[in-house]
Design a protein around this ligand. Structure first.
Ligand SMILES: Nc1ncnc2c1ncn2[C@@H]1O[C@H](COP(=O)(O)OP(=O)(O)OP(=O)(O)O)[C@@H](O)[C@H]1O
Length: 279
């Protein structure tokens, strides 16, 4: 569904995207995980036609984003990192405006709006002004708006940034549901749990390059399944073990403080890049 071949993008001397090759299948939920400045947003902006491609080739559903831009764009729904709703318009009006931009006729717009308001559980707020909504409700509306023209691919750039954990989980459930209903989802995040929970495959992005690509369980299993964090003279050190018994045997012999925990994607990222995803 998404094919990216040798994608590059420079901003002056800054290499924002540095030779990305990637294919995402129809129906996949794929995540780009990386720290601030890794190139996640730039990639999504190029794929959705908001930023001009540097070098390379991208096709969405078989449509080249340069030579067949209109058809490629129709494949995409985009939820940007920053909220860009019309705050002086109502929830319903925001959806209607998007439908008009995609030349949907009035009957189809009305039908789709009702369907989506129910889907994202915003029916009771349909006539509220956007400026009266909480952050979580605004995110749900942004997802509904992105789905208005029935795109095949939904791009989500940091879809839960700034939301509290309970609301974040509701957004995760909604994203999963959109995937189960047939969409291909490409999301960026620097929340470890988000990538672990949602994604079938994850690419670690560092300085514009993919440094690893696999499913989350495989990426973590490369290190082991259990970790011991230990303070010593050099600061915090983490040791990895294949199973809990081995980790517990190690900790039993220690006389200083430690934490025993499961390996997570942050460990995998750190071991590959020497950096934390969230520093
Ligand atoms: N419009 C721009 N002009 C100049 N440099 C830019 C521009 N947009 C991004 N960059 C630079 O390109 C690099 C990649 O930025 P990008 O926003 O794609 O990263 P990111 O992984 O999405 O980060 P974040 O998690 O903070 O959104 C960074 O070094 C950034 O400063």
């Amino acid at each position: 569904m998404i094919h990216i071949n040798q994608l590059q993008k420079f901003y002056g001397k800054v290499k924002a995207v540095d030779g990305i090759d990637l294919s995402v299948d129809a129906g996949e939920l794929f995540a780009f995980l990386g720290p601030n400045g890794a190139g996640k947003t730039t990639t999504i902006r190029i794929l959705t036609g908001l930023t001009r491609i540097g070098c390379g080739r991208v096709t969405l559903g078989g449509h080249d984003i340069v030579t067949d831009a209109q058809a490629a764009k129709r494949q995409c729904g985009l939820v940007t990192q920053h909220i860009n709703l019309d705050s002086e318009l109502s929830v319903r009006e925001n959806l209607d405006l998007h439908g008009r931009l995609f030349a949907m006729d009035a009957r189809r717009r009305r039908q789709k709006i009702e369907e989506l308001l129910s889907y994202v559980e915003l029916l009771d707020r349909a006539d509220s002004l956007v400026k009266q909504l909480s952050g979580g409700l605004k995110r749900r509306l942004m997802i509904a708006r992105a789905l208005m023209h029935e795109p095949k691919i939904l791009f989500l750039d940091e879809p839960t940034v700034g939301l509290d954990p309970g609301i974040r989980r509701r957004i995760w459930a909604l994203i999963k549901r959109v995937q189960q209903d047939g969409a291909t989802i490409f999301l960026t995040t620097h929340y470890i749990e988000e990538a672990e929970f949602l994604a079938g495959r994850v690419a670690f992005l560092d300085q514009g390059r993919i440094v690893a690509l696999d499913n989350p369980q495989h990426l973590m299993a490369r290190l082991g399944h259990w970790a011991v964090d230990q303070m010593n003279g050099e600061g915090m050190q983490t040791l990895y073990f294949a199973d809990r018994d081995q980790a517990a045997a190690f900790t039993a012999a220690q006389d200083c403080g430690f934490t025993l925990r499961r390996v997570n994607l942050e460990d995998a990222f750190l071991s590959l890049t020497g950096k934390k995803v969230v520093s």
